[in-house]
Design a binder for this molecule. Structure first.
Ligand code: AMP
Ligand code: MG
Length: 331
């Protein structure tokens, strides 16, 4: 079975095509085009305009890459939420149009669950992980328990990527600032204390962001502040991930989201996993960031487990929470 998935929750528009090889995911194409704001943050309507402009081209590119044509597609899936309303609508509209034109089933999926399922789908050893999902807008610690994906911990204010990007904007680093902060942090030598906010298994970053900005206004070296931001935020994330693993007695940890590219975060989480005799997994980079292949894969998994959706039911949901999904396929 071949599924085409459309991702459009925020700044990226992605079209992925997957097929199954027994129980695992074979990615045939995964084309991603990211909206870059000329300055400042992402304006939802401008990101949506970007998606509309590129939708047709990216779908064609994905088909070409997979050596397929539209009639070869058996199922269409799209990111139903959570995300920015105008962006979600562009992905949903394109998916509905394709499904109706091709007379093929349509399925809307939860974006956060897709980040977890693509790890399980493409890494055979990864069967029952705690996911540390670290992206621009989202920061969540997710795991399966009693019929649902539960959010054991999450940010109480901004996502970790958003924290990095906001700091970057303050010091004139272009969006996305995460990779630039990573490079600067590697040159840092002095640790400056920053607020380390954990409540239960939740985290918060806005106090830390203000603290980091204050160091900059007091002319502390940028490389040292980047280093201190990474050490503090990543240690907090690793700590709550470990707590979720201890609570659920899970022996696997999976990273997902754009910030999962960061080598310092990977090192910290891997060290924690090693010390717990647990396994550590990261999907390949184009499957960590927002992408259409993970949407296609989750669409496929839900479809073969009997999930169906009418056009009427395919309304987007900006606040589609991870634990609203009835997970009937976990094994
Ligand atoms: P996503 O929202 O999942 O597409 O991921 C985008 C976020 O990942 C942005 O906030 C980026 O700044 C961040 N990001 C990308 N690469 C890195 C990196 N190497 N280190 C830290 N953050 C990163
Ligand atoms: Mg994401």
């Amino acid at each position: 079975m071949i599924c085409l998935g459309i991702e459009g929750t925020a700044h990226s528009y992605g079209v992925g095509i997957i097929t199954n090889e027994k129980k695992h995911c074979n990615v045939l194409a995964n084309i991603i085009h990211t909206y870059q704001p000329p300055q400042g943050g992402i304006h939802p309507r401008e990101a949506a305009n970007h998606h509309v402009t590129y939708a047709d081209q990216i779908i064609k590119e994905a088909l070409t890459h997979a050596h397929l044509t539209l009639p070869d597609i058996d199922l269409i899936s799209f990111s139903q939420g959570p995300g920015l309303g105008p962006c979600l609508r562009t992905a949903a509209t394109a998916a509905r149009a394709l499904a109706l034109t091709l007379n093929k089933p349509l399925i809307g999926v939860n974006h956060c669950v897709a980040h977890l399922e693509i790890g399980r789908g493409t890494i055979p050893a990864c069967t029952n992980p705690i996911l540390l999902y670290v992206s621009g807008a989202n920061t969540q610690i997710i795991g399966f328990a009693e019929g649902k994906y539960r959010v054991f911990g999450e940010t109480l204010d901004i996502g970790i990527g958003n924290c990095l990007d906001k700091f970057g904007r303050y010091v004139n680093l272009a969006f996305p600032a995460g990779p630039k902060i990573e490079t600067l942090a590697q040159q840092g030598t002095t640790y400056y204390p920053l607020p380390y906010t954990i409540k239960g298994m939740d985290v918060a970053f806005s106090g830390l962001l203000t603290g980091a900005q204050q160091y900059i206004s007091r002319h502390k070296p940028l490389k040292d502040i980047c280093y201190s931001i990474q050490e503090t935020t990543f240690a907090a994330l690793t700590e709550v991930t470990e707590r979720a693993m201890a609570h659920t007695e899970k022996k696997q940890v999976l990273l997902g989201g754009g910030v999962a590219s960061n080598t310092r975060l990977r090192d910290m989480v891997k060290t924690m996993a090693d010390e717990r005799h647990a396994q550590f997994f990261v999907p390949r980079k184009d499957l960590c960031i927002d992408n259409g292949a993970m949407i296609a894969w989750l669409g496929y998994v839900m479809h073969i487990h009997g999930h169906t959706m009418t056009i009427k039911q395919s309304k987007i949901n900006q606040r589609y929470r991870t634990d609203m999904v009835e997970v009937t396929w976990y094994a």
